[in-house]
Design a protein around this ligand. Structure first.
Ligand SMILES: C[S@@+](CC[C@H](N)C(=O)[O-])C[C@H]1O[C@@H](n2cnc3c(N)ncnc32)[C@H](O)[C@@H]1O
Length: 275
C-alpha cells in the first residue's frame, strides 16, 4: 500500500513547523504530509473521513505524543479543532483508495460500484441505478465536463432496465462500448460519480470556511488540488477571504517531482496567510 505525497517539500517550507505550533492535516490519507510536519517538531491533528486512513492515524497516535487522530469529514470538523497555526488540505482521492478494487473507484479493476470515501449517505451504484437520466447527465457535465454526458446517461438508463448496474467493470463497459482512445472513455464519468458520491465540492467549500475560522491571525492555509473545478473554488475562496497570498500562485510541481510521481502532473498548490 503506498501513496506518494505531492508538494511535500513546499508544504513543509510554507508551514514551517516547530514545537510551539499546532497544525491540522484535514486529509491524513497515509500520513505522508502529517509525518513530515511531525518530524520537523510540529504538533499535528490528522483528520480523514476514510476509516482505513483513520486506522493508520490511530497507529501513529499510539506511537507519537504530538499527534491526534480524528475520523471526520470537513463538514463536521468545526467542533473537533482548536485554534491552529497551519492547515493542510490535500484534496481528492489517495492512490490507496484507487488501488483497492473493493472501494470501487477504478474502471481498471473490477469491484462493487461504491466510490464512497467514508461517512457517506449513498454510493455511485445508487446514482446510476436510481437517479433520473437528466440528473445523471448534468452530474457528468458539471463535475467532469463530459461532452458525451447525455448519450452516456441514456446508455446507463437503458442498461439498468435489464439489470441493476453493480460493478465498476459493468459500468465501464456500458460507457465504452465500441469506443477506444488514448484516454479511457469512462474516465470522466468515474470522476464525476466520485465527486457526486462524496459531495466533494460542497465538502471543499465548507472545509475552506472552517479552515479560515480555525486559523489564528498569521496562520497559514495550504490547499493542494488536482482538478480545474476544485482549483477555481480554491482561487475564489482566497480572493474573497481575509488571506494574504504571496506570488507566484498557483505553485506547480517541479519537473523532478513530475518525473518521480506522475500523479503530481495535474497538481496545483495555493496558500495564504490569514490576516
Ligand atoms: C490525496 S489524499 C491525502 C494524502 C495524504 N496527504 C498523504 O500524504 O498520504 C486525500 C485524503 O483526503 C480524504 N478526504 C477527502 N475528502 C475529505 C473530506 N471531505 N473530509 C475528510 N477527509 C477527506 C480522503 O479520504 C483521502 O484519504
Amino acid at each position: 500500500m503506498s501513496h506518494i505525497p505531492v508538494f511535500l517539500k513546499e508544504t513543509v517550507q510554507i508551514l514551517r513547523p516547530s514545537p510551539s505550533k499546532i497544525f491540522a492535516d484535514f486529509t491524513f490519507g497515509l500520513g505522508g504530509h502529517a509525518k513530515s510536519l511531525l518530524s520537523c517538531g510540529g504538533r499535528v491533528i490528522g483528520c480523514d473521513r476514510d476509516i482505513n486512513a483513520y486506522k493508520h492515524a490511530r497507529i501513529l497516535e499510539a506511537q507519537t505524543q504530538n499527534f491526534k487522530a480524528k475520523h471526520v469529514r470537513f463538514s463536521d470538523l468545526h467542533d473537533h479543532l482548536p485554534s491552529l497555526d497551519g492547515i493542510l488540505m490535500d484534496i481528492g482521492v489517495s492512490s490507496v483508495q484507487i488501488d483497492q478494487a473493493d472501494r470501487g473507484f477504478s474502471f481498471m479493476r473490477d469491484g462493487p460500484l461504491s466510490m464512497q470515501m467514508g461517512i457517506n449517505s449513498f454510493s455511485a451504484a445508487d446514482i446510476v441505478n436510481q437517479w433520473d437520466e437528466n440528473d445523471i447527465a448534468d452530474t457528468l457535465y458539471l463535475y467532469a465536463d463530459e461532452v458525451r454526458s447525455r448519450s452516456i446517461a441514456k446508455r446507463i438508463v437503458e442498461a439498468r432496465q435489464n439489470k441493476k448496474i453493480t460493478t465498476t467493470l459493468e459500468l465501464a463497459n456500458i460507457i465504452s462500448r465500441g469506443k477506444k482512445g488514448k484516454i479511457h472513455p469512462a474516465t470522466k464519468t468515474f470522476q464525476a460519480l466520485r465527486i457526486a458520491t462524496n459531495s466533494e465540492l460542497d465538502e471543499l467549500c465548507i472545509g475552506l470556511q472552517i479552515a479560515s475560522s480555525k486559523l489564528k491571525i498569521g496562520g497559514k492555509l495550504v490547499v493542494i488540488s488536482f482538478h480545474s473545478t476544485e482549483d477555481k473554488i480554491i482561487k475564489n475562496f482566497f480572493r474573497n477571504s481575509r488571506f494574504l497570498m504571496k506570488k507566484p500562485q498557483p505553485v506547480f510541481p517541479s519537473s523532478e517531482e513530475v518525473k518521480s510521481n506522475v500523479r503530481s502532473r495535474s497538481a496545483k498548490l495555493r496558500w495564504g496567510i490569514k490576516i
